[in-house]
Design a protein around this ligand. Structure first.
Ligand code: AHR
Length: 481
């Protein structure tokens, strides 16, 4: 027996829709052979795969991060603009491949328009310079009359692209990164880049590169808090060796939540100490389950356990809506992704379904629901008690709807969930259910073993019991009266 109690007045805050963002990198078949495949009968005149675009639209990403990832730390944006036949083909050193530069800044902007999403460009603070970063802002956002804005017009784009969100480098703390730096050196460069980028266009908003490590985050925030708007945080997870693969995987979002709590405290401390008036919030600009493949394609095949862990991560981020404003699932197509292509078509991976449900079936107000249920210990991950039932309540005030996003993590126990509304009445309800045959169920071309089904709930009210099978994610959508 479990209980979820909801009081419509106990609000955690407003969930920014940018937490449903996505990320595309020049890596494996994410861009080439994923979203972009000129000459394919499945592509439009721009070379965009229409089946992929359609599936991506189903996830309604409000913001799309590009071009990396590790790739960006060796990327020079000028290589990717202008006539395609003149663009250089270069060795790609982050993933040890070749970059044709056929997809560049303007193709990215066209894709964002087609997908109706906001562009978020990560600048090269690995091998790149501050002049190059400022010139990229000028190329994208310059009104007219200066050289890079004029170059954009010459390339056929007279109107500025108006890119608001810019990243100050990717994972610069890591030895694997081209141009890897220590916190002090990175902070110095980031501050200088931020200054010139904002001088070029004061409307832009900058994401400082966080390190998932408090010493790094303290140092870089200490140096740059007054010139940035966000600090990034990356999280990838998988099973803990020697532990139950399912339970250790689905425990990981709670571990991430712990760190995000520390980071949020640190941000507020630095703002107070440095007298920074503007808000600084967290951009979880890479997150996903990822543990099977570590080549230069990263074509991870996701199972039901991964889908449930993604559902918990989405609940967790929205419960922490005060701290987290942006999140980008890494990545959108083929590379550790919900959408998987072949030259002939696509299939939707298991993780597609919780992602679609989160964006489609939720309200903007996160509520502080009380959840009572059995727990298990994941001390190996620093988590004393992982609840078998994860729950997030959100309210859509306009539509008068309450959404309960529930995840039953148990492999074999069903949950009798008693749903209690402290106030208000319910006139009707439906349940959107994601499940499959066992934790290892995967999808494939023509084989949707993990999918989403909707059914009408018969007996709903201010207090009712919902029976959840094991290994299930459900969004209960309730019409309030
Ligand atoms: O998303 C795959 C890679 O993971 C990115 O390129 C990098 O930023 C991270 O380490």
């Amino acid at each position: 027996m479990a209980v979820v109690k909801v009081d419509l007045d106990r609000r955690l805050g407003v969930v920014d829709r940018k937490v449903y963002g996505m990320f595309i990198e020049h890596l494996g078949r994410c861009i080439y052979g994923g979203i972009y495949e000129p000459g394919s009968p499945l592509s439009d005149a721009n070379g965009f795969r229409e089946d992929v675009l359609e599936a991506a639209k189903g996830l309604q990403p409000p913001i799309l991060r590009w071009p990396g990832g590790n790739f960006v730390s060796g990327y020079h944006w000028l290589d990717g603009v202008g006539p395609k036949e003149k663009r250089p083909i270069r060795p790609e050193l982050a993933w040890n491949t070749v970059e044709t530069n056929q997809f560049g800044t303007n193709e990215f902007m066209q894709y964002c328009r087609a997908l109706d999403t906001e562009p978020y460009i990560c600048a090269n603070l690995g091998s790149g310079t501050m002049d190059e970063a400022a010139a990229w802002v000028e190329y994208c956002n310059g009104e007219a009359g200066t050289s890079y804005a004029a170059l954009r017009a010459e390339h056929g784009f007279t109107h500025p692209h108006r890119v608001t969100y810019w990243g100050l480098g990717n994972e610069v703390y890591g030895d694997w990164q081209i141009g890897h730096k220590n916190a002090k050196d990175y902070a110095k460069l980031a501050r200088q880049c931020a200054k010139v980028m904002k001088a070029m266009d004061s409307r832009i908003r900058l994401v400082l590169c966080g390190g998932q490590e408090l010493d790094w985050d303290r140092e870089v925030l200490g140096e740059c808090a007054d010139v940035v708007d966000y600090i990034s945080y990356h999280c990838y997870w998988g099973p803990t060796p020697g532990q139950d693969p399912h339970y250790s995987t689905v425990a990981q979002p709670y571990r991430s939540e712990q760190y995000l709590g520390f980071l949020w405290e640190l941000i507020e401390q630095v703002r107070r100490d440095r007298g920074v008036r503007h808000p600084i919030r967290i951009a979880v600009d890479e997150w996903n389950a990822w543990y099977r493949v570590h080549d230069n394609k990263l074509e991870e095949r996701y199972d039901l356990t991964d889908a449930l862990s993604v559902a918990v991560y989405l609940n967790m981020m929205r419960r922490n809506c005060e701290a987290i404003e942006i999140a980008n699932l890494a990545q959108m197509v083929n590379v550790i992704a919900p959408i998987f292509t072949s030259p002939e078509g696509i299939f939707l991976q298991t993780i597609y379904h919780p992602l679609r449900l989160a964006v489609e079936k939720s309200g903007s107000v996160a509520l502080d629901a009380h959840v009572g249920c059995a727990t298990y210990s994941a001390e190996y991950a620093g988590i004393a008690a992982v609840p078998y039932l994860d729950a997030l309540a959100t309210l859509d005030e306009g539509a008068g709807k309450l959404f309960l996003s529930l995840v039953n993590l148990s492999k074999d126990e069903r949950q009798e969930v008693e749903i209690v509304l402290q106030d208000g009445e319910v006139s009707s309800g439906v349940a959107h259910v994601v499940t499959g045959e066992g934790p290892e169920a995967v999808n494939d071309f023509g084989k949707e073993r993990v999918t989403c089904r909707t059914h009408v709930l018969e007996a709903v009210g201010a207090r009712f019991t919902y029976r959840m099978p094991p290994l299930t994610h459900v969004v209960v959508e309730l019409q309030l009266t």
